[in-house]
Design a protein around this ligand. Sequence first.
Ligand code: 4AD
Ligand code: MG
Length: 462
Amino acid sequence: MARIKEVRDERNPGEELTVNGWVRTRRDSKQGFAFIELNDGSCLGNLQIVVDQDTKGFAESTKEISTGAALTITGTLKESPGKGQRVELHASELKVLGTADPETFPLQKKRHSFEYLREIAHLRPRSNTFSAIARVRNAASAAIHNFFQERHFLYVHTPIITTSDCEGAGQMFRVTTLDLARLAGIQTEIDYSQDFFGKAASLTVSGQLEAEIYATSTGPCYTFGPTFRAENSNTTRHLAEFWMVEPEIPFFDLNDNMQLAQDFIKHVISHVLETCAEDMEFFNLRIEKTVLETLQHIVDHDFERVSYTDAVEILTSSKKKKWEFPVEWGHDLQSEHERFLTEEHFKKPIILFDYPRSIKPFYMRCNEDGKTVRAMDVLVPRIGEIIGGSQREERLDVLEARMKECDLDPEEYWWYLDLRRYGTVPHAGFGLGFERLIQLLTGMQNIRDCIPFPRTPKNAEF
Ligand code: 4AD
Ligand code: MG
């Protein structure tokens, strides 16, 4: 059996082979031929199958060969006289494995809206756009591991269930055993109605705090896994469940961190441009006509480093703009401000650093000015914030004071404080929102289309 990508790219006329796949279209000629466009998800392109009355199995199953049906076909490859393909398969034998009733099959030949496709998340990977996104996600994941593995970073598996709120923002989904215990009719002395075996546990918002444990033991490390945020935001940039890549590096300061973030993003983009050329052409043609140009520009230029204070200055002195949300030192930047800075002012990715401490989490290292922390956000055109990170506060007394300021109980973070009590070192790290990276790579407008099964306030079915 051969995958269609291999047949299209590597196999030669004269070879006999078998392919499996799903019918995209079927066209019948007056002379009794049929042309079937077959796709198996290995690449964007279909394999053209030429079927005639001599093809074994064709006559008896001809009614069943419709869009969406699954076939297995054996035949001989021939040079294709048609445009857009090097070879086509002349079928000697054809078998229908699974039919798809044209009356009810939800994916017809026409272009469907992304909203409609979201409702059929179980079938949307059979469309061009969503199979291409799946391949880009796969290539980007491989590039992420390559980048860190080449630099000898350790891949650490941090927990999903946790009792600490890393970001201190109270946006955690609570884990409870209540329903399971009740459904199973378990009689127990443990008060399951409380929480996770009597403790208040939640789904993690970030693997950072645990990554810090390994960074300060075994050296540079990274996590890459699902994270959860109970923010009820219905935007095109937020998911309740998303994947995050979080490197953490001992003996790093904020400048080292910024350099790593830039190298990392460039590496992943270059790898995807190289290994997914056909899919990337498709996104450029059909989804966002500037996507290739934007990505190449990102790879070819350094990111601009701008302090938060300077960014506020740029935004407030910009005469051209009427902001929906006013800009004021001490407030978080809104999407409109981020887009202005990246798309209109600098026209490239920027790294904003030294944010006001009042709007950033407890673990960021305080600056000497008493007002700012060593935070950094990487903003990119069209998306805005794609990375959030910082140098960490490694001084025990400062960290304890900062926790109290943030209304956190240092007792609950005793193990985190131990890292400062015993052999503390300067260290830094960041988190990249993987689906926002996929938005950047593909040009897709909505983050819900950048993850196979989006979890949003309204959607958790499958
Ligand atoms: O800026 P955030 O909240 O940073 C952290 O969680 C740090 N603990 C990371 C670290 O330093 N190790 O989140 C990091 C990134 C954001 O820049 C954004 O790209 C993405 O995660 N992100 C989301 N992506 C999709 N949906 C959401 N609800 C997201 N919230 C954050
Ligand atoms: Mg952030």
